[in-house]
Design a protein around this ligand. Structure first.
Ligand code: C2O
Ligand code: CU
Ligand code: CU
Length: 456
């Protein structure tokens, strides 16, 4: 069924939508007095999109757009989202990077029953960390994310961060042909390699858009890789840009440098000093232009670089008493006979075990059981020629080091593990539950590269 944007946003009536700082920076201020049960009503439904000029693409959308509507809340506050499923397939919403109770984690058969067509589910949790996060289903992910069910979730700092301008940029490369029709989201031969790539690169659903930014200002760009497969090699030649946060977690500000590799699921918060009016900067993936940033006249006094963002309240792992566990990410199958069982391919394994997305009981066989409150070091070893953005639900971890690159330790929920790389991460197992631990290249995850980590 199709719906109107008006209905989608009905849940926001009474929220008071106020534009702050001009130039289109929008904050959803306040909580509704009259809406007792939720802050947002988020409908997933089919939506015909014009991605190719003059052609229709039968996308699936959250809130009448793909990528979906931007949800916002403030750090430490409760976010309540009524998810209404108007698709004709079952779904759920997972809140990527948010440290929340298991019942709100959105993994069907692990944390909740799937939300059936026509049904709804109320998500209700506190957002303990500020930063750029996102949301997506956790079932039939290749198709559901592929068709457009991805959206940004922005958690604002408790106190103003010093940025008076910001933009959210969701990066997605659509699996469509020249007619706008979807191509296969998961091609087995590709799933067994780097993953199935789409062919139309977009930002916020538009191929190569021009974004107007106010001259002389410092603008926070929240780049979110919502793509199934692609690691974007982001660069902004000629720009003065600094990294302020990685994957929702602040870092000591530093120059962007040449190429930042943003794997599926990962986020990069940049501060950009907008040049003089009339100038243009290309935002690129390697040599390919993704967007044009155009400076326009502004009457505001030039901005200054804000201080580092305040750290999130994440427990510091104590390495002296941490227990070490090893995880090998292996390429499991030749492209021959035995890989297809019960409709699911198994090309990838963690410690010799492949996740079977057709087996609802998989989560009952966790790959590791951690003690609540315990300190852990995970050694992540990539035994393959393809890189894997390794993601953990429920807890944020600290990247300690790598045998391939110099690491300034930082907190994240996703680490891009390069070819044949071994990296060490650490965290405090402070959130009880059964947490998915997987590669965020969606077709790697769907062909085995996922496991459950239990914290009891
Ligand atoms: Cu983006 Cu299992 O998650
Ligand atoms: Cu996640
Ligand atoms: Cu992978």
């Amino acid at each position: 069924m199709k719906f109107k944007r008006r209905q989608v946003l009905a849940g926001l009536v009474g929220l008071g939508v106020v534009g702050l700082g001009g130039a289109g920076v929008r904050y959803w201020l306040g909580r509704p007095e009259s809406v007792a049960t939720h802050d947002y009503q988020l409908i997933a439904a089919p939506l015909d999109m014009e991605l190719m000029p003059g052609r229709q693409t039968p996308a699936w959308a959250y809130g009448g757009q793909a990528p979906g509507v931007e949800l916002r809340c403030r750090q430490g506050e409760r976010l309540r989202v009524r998810f209404i499923n108007q698709l004709d397939v079952q779904s759920t919403i997972h809140w990527h990077g948010i440290r929340l109770p298991l019942a709100m984690d959105g993994v069907p058969y692990v944390s909740q029953a799937p939300v059936l067509p026509g049904e709804y589910f109320d998500y209700d949790f506190i957002c303990p960390d500020a930063g750029s996060f996102w949301y997506h289903p956790h079932t039939a992910s290749a198709e559901q994310l592929g068709r457009g069910l991805v959206g940004p979730l922005i958690v604002e700092e408790r106190e103003p961060s010093g940025f008076s301008h910001e933009r959210t940029l969701c990066l997605k490369t659509w699996h469509i042909d020249e007619q706008g029709a979807f191509t296969e989201f998961l091609v087995p031969r590709q799933a067994a390699r780097e993953g199935t790539r789409g062919r139309l690169s977009t930002i916020n659903g538009a191929p190569n858009p021009t974004l107007e930014l106010p001259e002389g200002q410092i603008v926070r760009l929240r780049l979110i890789n919502v793509d199934n497969t692609i690691t974007y090699r982001l660069n902004l030649p000629g720009a003065e840009a600094r990294i302020y946060a990685l994957d929702g977690n602040p870092v000591e500000p530093r120059p962007l440098g040449k190429d930042y590799w943003l794997g599926p699921g990962m986020r990069l918060d940049l501060a950009l000093k907008v040049p003089a009016a009339g100038q243009e900067l290309p935002l690129r993936n390697g040599p390919l232009r993704l967007a044009t940033l155009r400076s326009v006249i502004s009457t505001q006094a030039p901005g200054d670089w804000p201080p580092a963002l305040p750290a999130n309240p994440i427990a510091e792992p104590d390495l002296a008493r941490a227990e070490t566990l090893r995880f090998n990410f292996e390429w499991a199958a030749a492209l021959s006979g035995d890989v297809e069982r019960g409709g699911s391919y198994r090309y990838w394994q963690i410690n010799g075990q492949a996740w079977d997305s057709a087996d609802k009981g998989c989560a009952e066989r966790p790959i590791a059981t951690l003690k609540q409150g315990g300190h852990y070091v995970f050694v992540l070893r990539n035994m393959a020629q393809y890189q894997h953005p390794i993601h953990l639900h429920g807890m944020t971890f600290k990247v300690l080091g790598s045998d391939r690159r110099k690491i300034v330790p930082y907190f994240t929920d996703t680490y891009l593990l390069g070819k044949n790389e071994t990296a060490r991460i650490a965290f405090v197992a402070d959130n009880p539950g059964i947490w998915m631990f997987h590669c965020h290249v969606v077709d790697h995850m769907e062909t085995g590269l996922m496991a459950a980590i239990e914290v009891v």
